[in-house]
Ligand binder design. Sequence first.
Ligand SMILES: Nc1nc2c(ncn2[C@@H]2O[C@H](COP(=O)(O)OP(=O)(O)OP(=O)(O)O)[C@@H](O)[C@H]2O)c(=O)[nH]1
Length: 261
Amino acid sequence: MWPPGDLIGKSADVIFTQSSRIFFQSYLIPTLLHEKICEEMQLIIFNALGVRIPITVNARLSEDGCIYWSFFNASKRDQLYEELIKTRETLEDQAEKLMLLASTDELTGLLNRREMKYRSTLALEQAARSKQSVGLLVLDIDHFKKINDTFGHLEGDRVLKELGGLLKGFCRQTDFVSRFGGEEFLIMLPDTNKSDTELFCQRLHKLIAQIKLGDSGLTVSIGVSISAKDISFTSLFTQADNAMYQAKTLGRNRTELYLNA
Ligand SMILES: Nc1nc2c(ncn2[C@@H]2O[C@H](COP(=O)(O)OP(=O)(O)OP(=O)(O)O)[C@@H](O)[C@H]2O)c(=O)[nH]1
């Protein structure tokens, strides 16, 4: 630093960097004159060799009109800030990854059961407020046990992944697509009606048939329920699930609509 006595009589221009000088003159001095005290001000000074040194400044204006200064070397300060920023970024990164892990299905990357329930519940509340209908599709792969038994579990997993990717690509950004469990998928279509949803399902059957298993294409059974009024997610799901079982009973590879009484 400066040898003792060397700073006596030196102007602030010699000691402070340009930005610190501006801060010193426009903020620190006026504050000191007004408040009589300034604490923990962060400035940068030049040492006797012209090297920039970050410092923490405390100053007090005494009754006799003298200003008493104390400068503390804060060389590690910037390093500490950088480390804090890096740590915060790492934590934010990890939190994002954890949120993704907690909300998605590992195999397909689609929403998992918990996240689907959560988002669908919110969407249904919103739809009820704006008097819009929401379509819920329960989609279950046909004879999936046989697929596993014939082609092996790994091939079964491949089919689940391919179907997941296909559903994601086919649906809109605003739709919710999830793997609800095993070989069952759920899709929620906000702001839809019966005829649009039926058309959607017809297209879906055609598209899904492009996933090949030996010589034949994959088939699914779909159950649909359209929210008529204020309805809970559980009730809407039960309706769509019943319709899906109806589709299974009627021969599979088809869509059945739950009919509101
Ligand atoms: N490969 C694979 N198989 C799974 C996974 N989760 C569930 N399964 C299998 O999916 C099969 C579902 O069989 P079932 O419930 O009998 O239904 P299904 O054979 O599709 O018959 P239907 O639904 O009546 O057409 C079971 O054999 C499960 O082991 C998974 O993550 N990967």
